[in-house]
Ligand binder design. Structure first.
Ligand code: NAD
Length: 318
């Protein structure tokens, strides 16, 4: 083979090797640990004033994933000297009973946050139940009043998962302003609040945001344009290496149980095929261990903040 051709092949190989980037894994634990450490003195100060930040979690039915989630929340609250009380209701509980419990908790001065574990059994309308939670105790940020304030740019309680994602971006110094963020998923708890946050003119926002969903005709055409991808569709491995451009930062929100032959019988995987984006993306959150640890941490943040607001209110009244 002529030398010229050999040199051409060598330079092609070199270009290919050079174009492989080392994709950074954006782990959630260091971010979560930093935020929880910052909460410790705030909780101590509340405790010294005789206040223990308290979350009331209502769980209806016996969905195993929800049980695990609520148990993990309780542990995290205990560890930080906060309280978490779980109200376990029967799967066939009627609307009146659930609303009566929420009303009692809304008026309980020792409760600073109320959480309704989703999904609810089919006979209960989630809107009716979520709207019954007092906006002042809506630490999940799902009440329309809190979602409205978020859209307006003056949020009080920011929904925990999108808030946790912002904290990951901030911790790893991933620039958002002026970049193109593509969100896959338009749910009220992830996609829509994520849109409101990233589009907002503030430190961790100011992005141009596209929101994709099941009605999107050519998803790849959008993801290929993205500088940041937020994958929140609940569809295992749906984002693959051939759907992204080099240097993109990817946040994988998806938590999907897929059966395997392990002792548990399943494993958790994300919406992103992590292996296929390695070497192309600038960064990606792992599943598990990425966004997951952040959601409970941001719930702690919101509950502590609610307790502090309550302390201020009491101080003003006395
Ligand atoms: P959801 O089912 O309410 O919404 C999914 C959205 O994705 C829908 O708006 C739908 O239009 C869109 N979608 C689904 N398939 C699509 C496709 N093929 N192409 C384009 N869009 C598609 O789900 P959710 O509650 O927003 O949760 C999404 C995922 O995130 C789930 O896997 C869930 O378990 C996970 N999640 C994780 C955390 C966490 O703490 N890490 C928190 C909340 C949700």
């Amino acid at each position: 083979m002529p030398l010229r051709n050999l040199l051409k092949i060598e330079s092609m190989i070199l270009r290919k090797v050079k174009s492989k980037v080392e994709t950074l894994l954006l782990k959630g634990m260091p971010v979560s640990d930093t935020i929880r450490s910052g909460l410790e003195p705030r909780v101590k100060s509340l405790n010294e004033d005789g206040i223990v930040p308290q979350l009331a979690a209502i769980i209806i039915g016996d969905d195993p994933a929800s049980q695990v989630y609520v148990r993990n929340k309780s542990r995290a609250f205990d560890k930080l000297d906060c309280k978490s009380h779980t109200y376990q209701l029967e799967a066939d509980s009627n609307k009146q009973d659930v609303l009566a419990l929420i009303d009692t908790l809304n008026h309980d001065e020792e409760v600073h946050g109320i959480l309704i574990q989703l999904p609810l059994p089919g006979h209960l309308d989630s809107k009716t139940i979520l709207h019954a939670v007092s906006p002042e105790k809506d630490v999940d940020g799902f009440h329309p009043e809190n979602l409205g304030l978020l859209l307006e740019g003056n949020p009080i309680f920011i929904p925990c998962t999108p808030h946790g994602i912002l904290e990951i971006l901030k911790y790893y110094e991933i620039c958002v302003s002026g970049r193109h963020a593509v969100i896959v998923g338009r749910s009220n708890i992830v996609g829509k609040p994520m849109f409101a946050l990233l589009a907002q003119k503030f430190e961790m926002g100011n992005a141009t945001v596209t929101i994709c969903h099941t009605g999107t005709k050519d998803l790849t055409a959008h993801t290929k344009q993205a500088d940041i991808i937020i994958a929140a569709a609940g569809s295992p491995n749906m984002i693959t290496g051939d759907m992204i451009k080099a240097g993109v930062d990817i946040i994988d929100v998806g938590i999907n149980r897929v059966n395997d032959d392990s002792e548990k019988g399943y494993k958790l995987i994300g919406d992103v095929n992590t292996e296929s984006v390695m070497g192309i993306a600038n960064s990606v959150t792992p599943v598990p261990g990425g966004v997951g640890p952040m959601t409970i941490t941001m719930l702690l943040v919101n509950t502590v903040m609610s307790a502090e607001k309550n302390r201020e209110l009491i101080a003003c009244q006395s």
